[in-house]
Design a protein around this ligand. Structure first.
Ligand SMILES: [Zn+2]
Length: 196
């Protein structure tokens, strides 16, 4: 008899726990990357710390500061914290988002850059942006890939945004050489508002 009561208690405990488990509701993508529960994946904070690898040519440091400001202008608070730190690749985990200069490009040679986002549940924990050093980049958009435009695009990925198939969007999948795309379109402005 006692055993039965204990079993019943155990059973009701399990049922109560199951009833208390938060329900995972799917969300609209808002052009964000989604996890397997169709939930948007983003940072649980703003004022993200950004670092740039000391191997990165210094003429692009200013492009990064300008690219960060483009996203900062959109929300009532800063998406990024202060100025980027110049770090060695070994110290890349001292910041939330790190930009790295890769001479040995392991994936498709046509790629200009790529962003790797680590996440847990709905939250991004860390983002690393790799730039293909074999490509020709430029500061002002003449004779190469416009670095500021590319940085704006990759920072968008680092914030959790996916590609947006609208040519005016900074998140459009391709960036031709000599093209300057440095103004956020209404689409990514609205998307950003879903999460930040
Ligand atoms: Zn992309």
């Amino acid at each position: 008899m006692n055993r039965l009561i204990v079993l019943h208690l155990l059973l009701s405990l399990v049922l109560t726990i199951a009833a208390c488990a938060p329900e995972i509701e799917p969300e609209e993508s808002c052009n964000f990357i989604q996890n397997s529960y169709s939930r948007r994946v983003s940072w649980g904070k703003v004022e993200l710390k950004v670092g740039i690898e000391d191997k990165f040519p210094s003429q692009y440091y200013e492009s990064l500061e300008r690219a960060m400001k483009v996203w900062d202008q959109e929300r009532p608070y800063n998406m990024f914290h202060g100025r980027p730190l110049i770090l060695s690749s070994e110290n890349k985990d001292a910041v939330d988002i790190m930009l790295l200069w890769k001479e040995k490009w392991q994936s498709k040679p046509s790629e200009q850059a790529k962003t790797a986002v680590q996440s847990q549940g709905d939250f991004i924990q860390k983002a690393d942006i790799f730039f293909n050093a074999n490509k020709t980049f430029s500061v002002n958009g003449e004779g190469g890939i416009n670095m500021k435009s590319l940085m704006i695009h990759e920072l968008g990925h680092a914030l959790g945004l996916d590609h947006i198939d609208f040519p005016e969007s900074v998140m459009y999948p391709t960036l031709p050489e000599n093209m300057e795309r440095t103004t956020l379109s209404a689409i990514e402005k609205e998307s950003l508002g879903c999460e930040y």
